[in-house]
Design a protein around this ligand. Structure first.
Ligand code: SAM
Length: 227
């Protein structure tokens, strides 16, 4: 089966199982070539719905997790988005497809990665897939956000946080939506935060397991391995 056929099949399964509903997100997942965001040796598994290793102890999230988080984030064309945890760049490309390429576009994605080698990997992948003009990849501690381009219409954290980092809440626009896996280092739930008319509303989504968010408002490198 070609990559194109595999991509269509997995998206169809996610629609049938109820994970994918938003037509914009369905279109984005059908468009972004996930095979360009995994290391060469992993390419044949690109459409297996499971996290895959991308080096430096990190993973590209499973396709259903990208689908669920994007549905909760509800990005719209023209939005300015901040992502914490660029990894392979795949989630950033899915978001860029929606905010910068669909309809009249005009949106942009800022994505922060703490491991500089992964940031370079992501930049190359985004270039190959045609999203380099729509995504700015930054190296640093994403728990501090990126004040220079704030406020953001949407913020997505793709690593496990002990709580929502306060700078991210400050940098979220009004109205705005933030999605993050929150819990301990082994088990989390998605937390969906909505800012509207000066008020903050929080609700829990599905259970999940992410690699830890390491930084000033995340876990310390040492804590990461403690029981
Ligand atoms: N969104 C990614 C993708 O589409 O491939 C997957 C993200 S991976 C599950 C989590 C990433 O978060 C890792 O690449 C890790 O290095 C990064 N990370 C962890 N703590 C971070 C921090 N404080 N700032 C930025 N990136 C961080």
């Amino acid at each position: 089966m070609s990559f194109h056929e595999q991509r269509s099949r997995v998206v169809e399964l996610l629609v049938d199982s109820g994970y994918l509903r938003n037509p914009r997100i369905i279109k984005a997942l059908l468009t972004v070539p996930r095979e360009l965001f995994v290391p060469e040796a992993m390419r044949k598994y690109a459409y297996h719905d499971t996290p895959l290793p991308i080096g430096w102890g990190q993973t590209i999230s499973a396709i259903h997790m990208v689908a669920i988080m994007t549905e909760e984030l509800d990005p719209e064309p023209g939005n300015k988005v901040l992502e914490i945890g660029t990894g392979s760049g795949y989630q950033a490309a899915v978001l860029a497809e929606i905010v910068a390429k669909q309809d009249s576009g005009g949106g942009h994605v800022y994505s922060i990665e703490r491991i500089s080698e992964l940031a370079s990997f992501a930049r190359k992948n985004l270039e190959k897939a045609g999203y380099s003009e729509n995504v700015t990849v930054l190296v640093g501690d994403g728990t501090l956000g990126y004040r220079e381009a704030a406020p953001y219409d949407r913020i997505i954290v793709t690593a496990a946080a002990p709580d929502i980092p306060p700078p991210l809440l400050e940098q979220l626009g009004d109205p705005g939506i933030l999605v993050a896996p929150v819990g301990d280092r082994y088990f989390q739930r998605l937390l969906i935060v909505e800012k509207k008319n000066g008020r903050i509303n929080k609700r829990w989504g599905i259970e999940c397991v992410f690699v830890p968010l390491i930084g000033r408002y995340g876990w310390s490198v040492e804590e990461r391995w403690k029981n």
